[in-house]
Design a protein around this ligand. Structure first.
Ligand code: 6PG
Length: 249
């Protein structure tokens, strides 16, 4: 397992290197998907880490990526209006969408302004509308982060949402933030072609060491992300990797 982990772990110098590598992965995956299937479906996560990725995509990849063939989704959203400072959509809108020419129909945001249950139901309808009524959505790429408690998207340790096997999106309560969110469920995350984790900063060193140590990874939601027919790549900066040995464990 260690070998597999180290194969999928890229330890990079700093947050900028992580974001630039992620942008290159986004761009090359988009060109492969667009070339073969004429659309590229990607889910973006929130939090602070991916902000630099969105800024780079919006500034250096405006003309590199065929944005009219890209469909943007979110891994999760806070139950706030789209212009709220906590909104994951707002970050992407300011850093990326304001700088590229993307059809509105390609932007599939989670409607955080709705009540959690309604927001989750509406997002499920949006997912079904794009990916089809049956089976699980298969994203080309899903970008994720990890919290210091090992959560990812808005799948928090011990939450009911972790056991959801039918619904594609569910409400989730963040104890830390005392606020509601809507999140994709594990079956959707684990049906992706590629999951890319972006992890930076010394505050993530402890959770990364725990996640890649010998102890049971399944005690952390991020440790449950392992696509059945897909790959996981971890892009980690040196600060976040300071607790890992050279074999990535
Ligand atoms: C969110 C994210 C969440 C995030 C982690 C890490 O909506 O907050 O989806 O899962 O990736 O909490 O957040 P930071 O990047 O801010 O450390």
């Amino acid at each position: 397992m260690a070998v597999a982990l180290s194969k999928n772990i890229r330890i990079l110098s700093d947050a900028e290197a992580v974001a630039k590598t992620a942008a290159r992965i986004f761009s090359s995956a988009a060109s492969v998907a667009v070339g073969s299937r004429s659309s590229f479906s990607v889910a973006l996560s929130g939090g602070s880490t991916p902000t630099l990725l969105y800024r780079i995509l919006g500034s250096s990849f405006q003309d590199v990526i065929s944005w009219q063939h890209v469909h943007l989704f979110w891994t999760d959203e806070r139950c706030v209006p789209a212009d709220h400072k906590q909104s994951n959509f707002r970050i992407v809108n300011e850093e990326l969408l304001s700088h590229i020419d993307m059809p509105n129909g390609n932007i599939h945001r989670i409607k955080g302004e709705l009540a959690p249950d309604e927001g989750a139901g509406t997002y499920e309808t949006e997912l079904r509308g794009h990916f089809g009524r049956e089976g699980l959505p298969r994203f080309n790429v899903i970008f994720l982060g990890i919290g210091e408690d090992g959560h990812t998207a808005s799948l928090f340790p011990g939450s009911e949402a972790l056991g959801e096997e039918q619904r594609l999106a569910v409400p989730a309560y963040s104890m830390e933030a005392s606020s509601w969110r809507v999140t994709l469920t594990l079956p959707v995350l684990n049906n992706a072609g590629l999951v890319v984790f972006l992890v930076t900063g010394s505050n993530k060193a402890e959770i990364m060491a725990k996640l890649f140590s010998k102890e049971d990874r399944s005690s952390y939601p991020a440790g449950l992300v392992n696509p059945l027919n897909g790959r996981v790549i971890w892009l980690i900066d040196k600060d976040a990797a300071s607790g890992l040995d050279s074999a990535g464990q």
